[in-house]
Design a protein around this ligand. Structure first.
Ligand SMILES: Nc1ncnc2c1ncn2[C@@H]1O[C@H](COP(=O)(O)OP(=O)(O)OP(=O)(O)O)[C@@H](O)[C@H]1O
Length: 574
């Protein structure tokens, strides 16, 4: 398929009324919350389930329950009979089971009310009902493995977030999905849980799930999340790097041993082109930060990845906090009868973030504003975004001379440096981190208190993702965006996001004109030219550094003297 051809079209989605969905079984029937599930118990449990539900096909029943229309997705997987039995696939028995238990929802009105309460909007045909709680997944209807529930509990995932409530049942039914939910709202688990469930266990037949992410840092984070949620099952998970790619290139048999692959597009395309990677058995393909991956720059690579995933029954999921309509159009062309979910307002920022726009006059005013913040007392960790590597370095040199515990991260730093900086920032040893767009998407730093957009973001999407590094998983956070006269024409786009996400905006800002599409495209392509961040001459910088060195040396000497004095006191008193 040629995705380029499709750029620029307008989105149109089928908004047919929701049909009656299948009945869902009462969670209280099997409440593993109350159970201490050991590995042995788990195996027994699975065996019992197998015996009880022998040959039940839960998800294939939809065509009988939902209203006669058998969907292609219902018979998707190339599962062997043995696998189907293990998963408890059999129609008739489900109907019996179904009648014996209470439903989670009594009727479709209740389902719609529940979605409304949780701000879940859905578009598409035959959309599965959401789950209310994780425990619902333990019923025979979903038949989720106890070890997954145990892992949820151990990681403190007590209740599902709205995106998880709705996307888990959708992916479990093998439906293609396009999901737009706020930053920090648990999208990773929303796709990983049903995939891990479906893969069931290690199989040594080659990659069966593929997650693509735009940056190496995000891919690594996803790798860790998979490990957490699949703990206890010995899935072979590969994070594609230069090293892992080289090992697998030498040994095709080794590739067969893996179940799940996480990669950035470029690395994967390289392996595909060198015939070092087979993706023909991939059953689940996820694009995390999908809108980024379907932008020019990544699009050509994604095209190759789609082409390499040849399994006709593949289930595809696209996740992001921002999905512009052009991307929806594109995405529709690579998906089969997709369901679309939007949580909250579309393309809005997370509501737990207090957002502020601050006029700083000029470029120099930005440094003044930062220094004032420091004087008032910064509450670390703080993340500062700038628009280029050059500016990241310049700002770093300014702040380091202020004696701030600051680091800088961008793509010119080595991988080892980047990994180290992220670890240190996570551990709270770096207080202020200056970054380019590299860190804007997906990275989960739970404790970030403040995001400063030192340079005005080039797109609304960038704004939403950047500030989304704070206020995650229900926490509160603050974001301040500096703007100068040059940024003025673009302000209204951000004002709209602020208003959509419930932030107070000064009256005069609301009356501003929105930038034209042309202007926005221009800014997307190239950032505003700005004066260098440089208030201190190199002579002064050297002087400050020299002074600091003298103070440090004198402090060290004083400490050494005190230690020697203490020792001799101790010796004489002994
Ligand atoms: N059900 C849950 N209960 C509690 N915490 C959760 C739950 N699901 C996910 N989390 C936590 O919420 C945080 C944010 O999750 P995640 O990184 O998946 O967000 P996201 O929606 O992908 O954000 P972004 O759009 O920025 O990538 C993580 O620390 C994750 O462990």
């Amino acid at each position: 398929m040629d995705l380029f051809r499709l750029l620029g079209g307008g989105a149109r989605f089928d908004k047919k009324r929701f049909k009656d969905d299948i009945k869902i079984i009462d969670p209280s029937a099997v409440d593993v919350d109350e159970q201490q599930v050991t590995q042995q118990e788990e195996d027994n449990n699975v065996d019992q389930q197998k015996a009880l539900l022998n040959e039940i096909d839960f998800f294939k029943t939809t065509h009988t329950i939902v209203g006669g229309k058998k969907k292609a997705s219902d018979s998707k997987k190339n599962k062997s009979k043995k696998e189907q039995a293990a998963n408890g696939d059999n129609h008739e028995q489900l109907d019996e089971e179904d009648e014996e238990v209470e439903e989670i929802f009594q009727n479709q009105e209740e389902v719609q009310e529940f979605r409304k309460q949780n701000r879940i909007r859905i578009y598409g045909d035959d959309v599965p009902n959401p789950i209310r709680k994780f425990v619902n997944l333990s019923t025979p209807y979903y038949n989720i493995r106890p070890y997954i529930r145990r892992n949820l509990k151990e990681n403190g995932f007590d209740e599902p977030t709205p995106i998880q409530m709705q996307s888990i049942p959708i992916i479990m039914k093998d439906r293609d999905l396009m999901a737009c939910a706020p930053t920090g709202s648990g999208k990773t688990l929303a796709y990983l849980l049903p995939i891990i469930h479906d893969l069931n266990g290690p199989e040594k037949v080659g990659y069966r799930a593929l997650v693509v992410a735009p940056t190496r840092e995000l891919a690594q984070q996803i790798f860790r999340e998979i490990k957490r949620i699949s703990a206890g099952k010995k899935f072979k998970i590969c994070m594609l790097t230069k090293a892992t790619a080289a090992t697998q290139a030498q040994d095709p048999k080794l590739r067969q041993k893996f179940d799940i692959l996480i990669s950035t597009p470029l690395r994967l395309v390289h392996a595909i082109q060198n015939e070092e990677m087979e993706l023909d058995r991939v059953q689940h393909l996820v694009l995390d930060e999908a809108d980024k991956l379907l932008e020019l720059g990544f699009l050509e690579q994604m095209d190759e990845i789609f082409a390499a995933c040849t399994n006709p029954n593949i289930q595809k999921s696209l996740f992001s906090a921002t999905i512009p309509s052009g991307v929806e159009t594109l995405a529709k062309t690579v998906m089969k009868d997709p369901i679309r979910i939007v949580i909250g307002a579309k393309n809005a920022a997370t509501e737990t973030i207090k957002q502020e726009l601050l006029f700083v006059g000029s470029e120099d005013g930005k440094l003044v504003a930062i220094r004032q913040l420091v004087q008032k007392g910064l509450k670390p960790p703080v993340l500062i975004f700038v628009q280029s590597i050059e500016r990241a370095k310049e700002l770093f040199h300014e702040l380091i001379y202020d004696g701030i515990n600051v680091e800088v991260i961008h793509s010119e730093r080595t991988k080892a440096q980047r990994d180290n900086i992220i670890d240190q920032f996570r551990a709270g040893r770096i207080w202020v981190l200056i970054s380019t767009e590299l860190m804007a998407r997906g990275l989960d730093f739970k404790g970030v208190n403040l995001v400063i957009n030192y340079d005005f973001p080039q797109t609304v999407q960038s704004y939403i993702h950047r500030i989304g590094r704070t206020g995650r998983a229900g926490r509160t956070g603050e974001a301040v965006t500096y703007f100068t006269k040059e940024d003025g024409p673009y302000l209204k786009s951000i004002v709209n996001v602020m208003r959509e996400s419930g932030c107070e905006v000064p009256e005069w800002m609301l009356t501003m004109k929105k930038p034209s599409q042309n202007m926005r495209n221009q800014l997307r392509k190239s950032p505003i030219e700005r004066k260098r961040i440089n208030t201190i001459s190199s002579y002064d910088k050297r002087k400050i550094a020299h002074k600091r060195d003298i103070i440090e040396t004198s402090k060290r000497r004083k400490m050494e003297k005190q230690t020697v004095a203490k020792k001799s006191d101790e010796q004489s008193s002994a």
